[in-house]
Design a protein around this ligand. Structure first.
Ligand SMILES: NC(=O)c1ccc[n+]([C@@H]2O[C@H](COP(=O)([O-])OP(=O)(O)OC[C@H]3O[C@@H](n4cnc5c(N)ncnc54)[C@H](O)[C@@H]3O)[C@@H](O)[C@H]2O)c1
Length: 262
């Protein structure tokens, strides 16, 4: 899909990958709505005509309000990018709050957006849903069960709607990066530590958000489902598919290295 003059919503657009996506889509000529739970003024600075919406996408009402605000500003949404996400270190003993927040933002937000966008898209015979999952959604996240589980669910949801509605005109892409140089990588979220920046660094290159945004625009242009800004993620996924026991053994080895590194 060509982005010029398309109506595009990006969630989690206040900073990091979302801010870079919004900037890149605006440069491609799209009408951009930047949404985040806090202000997006800094990210929207210099993006002429862009619309800022404060919305908590971790609730259904927040998604509905966002979609209504975007449609009031520009008309029907052509592309919705469910990018907002939270990352906490965690395990099965982590608090219910950590697990609930992970599911709300990393999974249910995608479902709620789709729930309220799909009827219009199916009636029009077109619509584009993009989500930011993670390499953790096809592989794993050492040190975080909530992140691994919810990002797998995000990939599963994107796959499901792609399979089910492709013949009715829906396009879907799912962004699955490894390390990207954002606040999530450094600090995590307010509920707890990040998804282990040292793990990500042990696992491979850390990209800049703008580089990720360039890869996303190419993928949208090609209408490609999986977006792997780190190409090695595709190799790891192939290894996981062909030799799952070897892949698991490799992940356990990485887990030991992380434990030893402290
Ligand atoms: N940084 C990485 O290494 C990395 C790797 C793979 C995937 N991701 C994913 O990329 C996406 C963007 O993360 P980032 O790296 O730019 O991190 P970030 O922390 O810089 O940005 C995340 C944004 O999401 C927003 N957000 C969180 N909860 C929200 C809510 N309930 N409602 C509205 N906005 C909310 C935050 O306010 C923030 O602006 C996330 O889905 C993340 O899981 C990041």
């Amino acid at each position: 899909m060509q982005l010029a003059e398309k109506n595009v919503v990006v969630t989690g657009a206040a900073r990091g990958i979302g801010a870079a996506l919004a900037r890149r889509f605006h440069a491609a000529g799209a009408n951009v709505v930047l949404a985040d739970r806090d202000g997006v003024a800094e990210a929207a600075d210099g993006l002429k005509g862009a619309v800022e919406v404060i919305a908590d996408v971790g609730t259904e009402a927040g998604n509905v309000a966002l979609i209504e605000a975007a449609e009031a500003a520009f008309g029907p949404i052509d592309l919705f990018f469910a990018n907002a996400g939270v990352g906490f270190a965690g395990d099965p003993m982590s608090s219910e709050e950590v697990w609930d927040a992970s599911f709300a933002v990393n999974v249910h937000a995608h479902r709620w957006a789709a729930k309220h966008l799909l009827p219009g898209w199916l009636a029009r015979g077109e619509g584009y849903f993009c989500s930011t999952a993670s390499a953790a959604g096809v592989l794993t996240q050492i040190g975080s069960a909530p992140y691994s589980v919810t990002k797998h669910a995000a990939v599963a949801f994107a796959e499901w709607i792609s399979i089910t509605y492709a013949d009715q005109g829906l396009k879907v892409s799912c962004l699955c990066p490894q390390g990207v140089n954002t606040r999530m990588l450094e600090d995590g979220d307010e509920l707890g530590g990040g998804t282990s920046a040292n793990v990500v660094r042990l696992a491979g290159a850390v990209l800049e958000p703008a580089d990720v945004a360039d890869v996303v625009v190419e993928a949208i242009d090609d209408e490609r489902f999986f977006v792997f800004p780190h190409p090695e993620v595709g190799d790891y996924l192939r290894l996981k598919g062909s030799e799952p026991e070897r892949w698991l053994a490799g992940m356990r080895k990485l887990q030991r290295r992380v434990t030893e590194a402290g």
